[in-house]
Write a protein that binds this ligand. Structure first.
Ligand SMILES: [Zn+2]
Length: 410
């Protein structure tokens, strides 16, 4: 797997992204609330993205989900209004506001609410652990008001009555709609990176199916499927069960034809472990490549207070390799500025290594940029003037050229 990050064009293009670009935080807005959520996977899209949104039916099947949801929201609003009319309105309101806001602010709790299992104490503790990861900020003012109200008595009965209608309130939070939005946001963002990294949608689909097959990706949350060819409104379903690659794309449960499907797939170990390394998947792939090719190396070498990523030690050659997971989807100017920073650090490490007596024969900074993208940016960079850098033929190199570079330099 690690070697394919360097040698498989599609795998490298999709996964050799800075963590924040691979799993971006997206802003979602819903019924006046807006909140941020980190995406956790890559999208599976059964068909070309653009085609999936052109619907033959009167309303897009996915709009039907949205529509039903709004009705429930109205019902919930009515419920809240009713409570306001009652004597213990403030307690109910505060409790509900605190609860809904905390659930809304915390994806762990949202997941728990929507999971098919009954919510019990062990399940809760497994998810929230010591609550240190749960953000209660938005609930605090409501809890203070509740405490004051509780002291006035009669609260127990009111709480019980309110929980009788909990299903409507949970529905009103729009869990399915929210999941759909996360999947859409994940898809939109990934498609942008595919465009820049020059990967076709069919290639992404093939990669995802292959990674599911070898157990490196797993369906995360619901798979949305829809068909707009049968019935007036089409058919839409949200499937919680994990669908194997052989069942993708799934068939429409109503007419039996191939349906559209969209879902998010989460990386599993060892893929996710490699992504979470300090230097990300690139650092892991570089180390692995050295190992596989019998290149002796040290990792994280201290050169007078600063750390070099890799120094390889051959019988006659000693090469410094830095590796950088840059943002590759941003504007060219800011990418050039980052490249200059990368080079500046390489120059500094070359000279620090020299100062402590390491006799380098070459130095390179390996980047997660594709060869073409780096070539496009390079003419805009002013040449490096450091003599030691130039003597060693220092360079910025794309991960795609790294294996060749190792052959040549090490
Ligand atoms: Zn159908």
């Amino acid at each position: 797997m690690l070697e394919s990050a360097l040698t498989n064009r599609v795998f490298g293009s999709v996964f050799l992204l800075n963590r924040e670009e691979l799993f971006p935080t997206v802003r979602l807005a819903e019924a006046g609330f807006s909140y941020h959520m980190q995406t956790k996977g890559v999208p599976y899209l059964s068909h070309p993205f653009a085609r999936m949104w052109k619907s033959k039916a009167k309303a897009h099947p996915l709009e039907v989900v949205t529509y039903v949801d709004r009705l429930r929201q109205k019902e919930a609003e009515g419920l809240i209004k009713q409570m306001q009319d009652s004597t213990l309105d403030s307690l109910r309101d505060e409790f509900m506001m605190a609860g809904l806001k905390v659930i809304k602010d915390n994806s762990i709790l949202k997941g728990l609410v929507d999971a098919p299992a009954i919510i019990n104490r062990p399940e809760l503790r497994k998810n929230v652990k010591d609550y240190s990861g749960v953000n209660f900020t938005s609930a605090k003012p409501h809890v203070t008001t509740m405490m004051q109200t509780m002291l006035t008595g009669g609260a127990k009965k009111a709480l019980n009555r309110m929980m009788m209608d909990a299903d409507i309130l949970i529905d009103a939070m729009g869990i399915d709609l929210l999941r759909l939005k996360i999947a859409m946001a994940t898809a939109a963002r990934t498609l942008k990176s595919l465009e820049i990294r020059r990967v076709k949608e069919t290639e992404l689909r093939g990669l995802i199916l292959a990674l599911i097959d070898c157990g490196l990706l797993r369906q995360s949350r619901n798979m949305f499927i829809w068909c707009d060819r049968c019935d007036e409104w089409g058919v839409v379903a949200s499937i919680v069960s994990v669908l194997p690659p052989s069942k993708l794309p799934p068939y429409c449960p109503a007419c039996g034809r191939v349906a559209f499907a969209m879902g998010v797939f989460r990386p599993l170990p060892p893929l996710i472990d490699a992504i979470q390394f300090p230097d990300g998947l690139l650092g892991a792939a570089i180390g692995w490549h050295f190992k596989m090719n019998g290149v002796r190396f040290d990792h994280g070498v201290d050169v007078g207070g600063e750390e070099c990523d890799f120094i390889t030690r051959g019988s006659r050659r000693t090469v410094l390799f830095e590796c950088k997971m840059n943002f590759v989807l941003s504007a060219e100017d800011s990418m050039r500025a980052t490249l200059l920073e990368n080079r500046k650090q390489l120059v500094r490490h070359i000279n620090l290594a020299k100062a402590i007596g390491v006799k380098l024969t070459a130095a390179a900074c390996v980047l997660n940029l594709r060869r073409d993208q780096l070539r496009g940016l390079a003419p805009g960079l002013k040449p490096e003037s450091d003599p030691e850098y130039n003597r060693l033929g220092g360079m910025l190199v794309s991960y795609e050229d790294f294996p060749k570079c190792v052959q040549k330099l090490c």
